[in-house]
Structures are given as structure tokens and as C-alpha cells.
Write a protein that binds this ligand. Structure first.
Ligand SMILES: [Zn+2]
Length: 356
């Protein structure tokens, strides 16, 4: 039954398949609706932060220090934030909210209908610390079946289908669950051709280990995205060998321009430093293997709360790109053509052979 759903040459959004040409400028790594609070904070009766002009900077500077900032579940607000992206010329947003982070397919469908944005949901599970014991006990076969079902039948108890795999969560070192999940994800990618996006552990060796696992399990590196370059490598030259493996390298912290990394110690770059690293990849002939996004997952980064919102790349970074020597064609590659290639499902060819 899976074969008739993964239709050749379409992108799968939460409202159904669309022609890839309709996607337009696309953000490949965002959260429109998510709950990234640690498990021990959920269900707490303590009040959540109310963001005002007086504390907006403080919440943005120390996003993990304010209760509830990482719970973004207001569907009406998400629709208005997505509409601002559409008004800026945006076409599609990929919500990579996977199991453990409260994925909400019906909510995303409402956001899409309200804003006109094409919304694509990712399949799979996040890192082990966010998962319950029942999920952590799933074996590789169950994970593979689950991933395939999310892509072909519907996700999280709904008939709404995912349009890619991930973000698949990986820690460093890999938790046994994460290794099984990554292995299952690569196998499902091999069967379906869906793009795979992976949140790597924070060690510079982690992305290379992930790619070895994906490759050995039958995945397709040319359709595998390694997320979060911004906090994994602090010398832009280190990213070139990673891209030379054939994967897509993703700079997805655009507009996080702060010296304070809330999850550890990291020399976070500014947008200009990101563009310098991306320039270097283009000059090495690897420009078709670069993705860009904001990874919004806090209330404080939303426009309504004084943050930059989903339109920052289009409104502020594109002019910066042009000023720093990127051609219109290179901008189109980053924002339109690479996401379009990754979100276009290649069809049923391997699926029917494998699942008959
Ligand atoms: Zn991530």
C-alpha cells in the first residue's frame, strides 16, 4: 500500500502532495509547533514566562533559563508567524519536530491553511533524553515499520503524512536507541528515497560516524542532511571534508548571534561568519550541498515576542548575501533548488521491489 502514496516527483506536505515547483523559497529546518522542554519540566504547575519588552532581550540571551520558552504550541500564533514568512516571499517550511518534541500534524495543517505556507513534517524520533521508556524499548524493526508508516499512512495517530525523515536525534556518544533509530531511518530512506535530516552529537567526529552508519545501512548520502554546522564546527574549513562525503551540510542557526550557547560552550558564529563558511563551500564546488534555516524552537525568537521570526533569511540575509558577493543564482540554489531537490520524493521504484 505504501507504493501508491509516495508518488513519483511530488513533495508531501501536511495538506497532501504538491508539485515541487510550487514550494518556492523553503526553510528546511524549523519548528512551528514543538515542546522542547526537558521531560522533568513538563507537567509542572509553575507559571511559564510571559515575554514583554522589558524581558525580551533577557529571554533571547538565555533562552533556556525561562520556563516555557521552549514550548511553542499556540497554533494561531504559529499561523501568523508563518504568514509573515509568506508575505516576505516564502513558500515552504519544514517542521522537523519528531517524536519526543510533541509533533502536531493537525496543528501544522491548521497553520498551513491559515497562512498559505506549504508545511512539511519530518518523521522519526529525537534524542534519547526526550523519549519515554516505551519508545526507548522499541527494536529496530519496530522503528523501521513506524518510520515507513509515518511517511505512507500517517503520523502520530492522524492520516497526515510526513514528507521527509528527521530530525533524527543523535547524542555523543550515540545512545543505543539513537543508533537503532538511525539505522532504521537509513533503511527506510533506502526503500523510499525520502530525504533524511540528522541532528548530530556535538563532537566534530559525530557527523562522520553518522554518515558511515547511514551509508552502511543502505541510505543515500546525497539526500542526507547533517544539521547544526553552526555549533559543531568552529573553523569553517572543517566543514569542507564533511561536504566532500556527498552529504548536505546545514547552517540552521541563522540569526542566533550570541556569545551564550544555552546547551554548553560553543563559539557561535554570526550570520556574516555563516555566509563566509558557505562562500568557501561554493568556491570548493560544493554549493549544491548547503542548506540554510533558523531552527526556531523558542517563543522568544517569534516576531510577536520581539524576535526575528521565520522571514529573517529572506528579509535580512538575502541582502547580506548579495552584498557579500553571492549571485542571484547562488541565492536561488540555497533557498529554492536545494530544498526542492531534497523534498521531491523520487517515487515507488525501490519501494515496490522491497515491500511486495
Ligand atoms: Zn536539532
Amino acid at each position: 500500500m505504501a507504493g501508491d502514496i509516495l508518488r513519483n516527483g511530488y513533495a508531501m506536505t501536511v495538506l497532501g502532495p504538491v508539485a515541487p515547483e510550487a514550494l518556492g523559497p523553503t526553510l528546511l529546518h524549523e519548528h512551528l509547533l514543538c515542546d522542547l522542554r526537558p521531560l522533568d519540566q513538563r507537567g509542572s504547575p509553575e507559571p511559564e514566562v510571559e515575554i514583554t519588552l522589558a524581558n525580551a532581550f533577557a529571554v533571547n540571551y538565555r533562552p533556556g533559563a525561562f520556563r516555557g520558552n521552549h514550548r511553542v504550541q499556540d497554533v494561531g500564533l504559529a499561523g501568523r508567524e508563518a504568514a509573515a514568512f509568506v508575505r516576505a516571499g516564502g513558500g515552504a517550511i519544514v517542521d522537523v519536530t519528531t517524536g519526543g518534541l510533541a509533533p502536531d500534524p493537525e496543528g501544522l495543517a491548521a497553520v498551513s491553511r491559515a497562512s498559505g505556507v506549504h508545511a512539511v513534517l519530518g518523521a522519526g524520533w529525537y534524542t534519547a533524553p526526550y523519549l519515554d521508556a516505551d519508545t526507548l524499548a522499541l527494536d529496530e524493526g519496530a522503528l523501521e515499520d513506524g518510520l515507513l508508516a509515518q511517511l505512507t499512512d500517517g503520523a502520530w495517530g492522524t492520516p497526515i503524512r510526513c514528507g521527509l525523515i528527521g530530525e533524527i536525534g543523535c547524542s555523543w556518544p550515540l545512545h543505543p536507541f539513537e543508533r537503532r533509530c538511525l539505522h532504521a531511518a537509513a533503511r527506510v530512506q533506502g526503500r523510499t528515497g525520502a530525504a533524511l535530516t540528522v541532528h548530530p552529537g556535538r563532537d566534530p567526529a559525530a557527523p562522520f560516524e553518522i554518515l558511515r552508519i547511514v551509508d552502511a545501512a543502505g541510505g543515500d548520502l546525497s539526500r542526507t542532511i547533517i544539521d547544526h554546522m553552526d555549533r559543531t564546527y568552529f573553523d569553517e574549513g572543517e566543514i569542507v571534508p564533511l561536504a566532500r562525503t556527498g552529504c548536505v551540510v546545514e547552517f540552521d542557526f541563522f540569526c542566533i548571534e550570541t556569545s551564550n550557547y544555552w546547551l554548553g560552550v560553543a563559539d557561535l558564529p554570526t550570520d556574516w561568519m555563516r555566509l563566509r563558511a558557505i562562500r568557501r563551500l561554493f568556491e570548493a564546488g560544493l554549493g549544491e550541498q548547503v542548506a540554510v534555516s533558523h531552527d526556531i524552537c523558542t517563543r522568544s525568537r517569534l516576531r510577536a515576542n520581539g524576535g526575528h521570526g521565520y522571514a529573517h533569511l529572506l528579509e535580512n540575509v538575502v541582502p547580506l548575501m548579495r552584498e557579500r558577493g553571492f549571485s542571484a543564482d547562488e541565492v536561488d540554489q540555497l533557498l529554492v533548488r536545494t530544498p526542492r531537490r531534497l523534498l521531491t520524493l523520487p517515487g515507488r521504484r525501490q519501494l515496490t521491489a522491497d515491500s511486495a
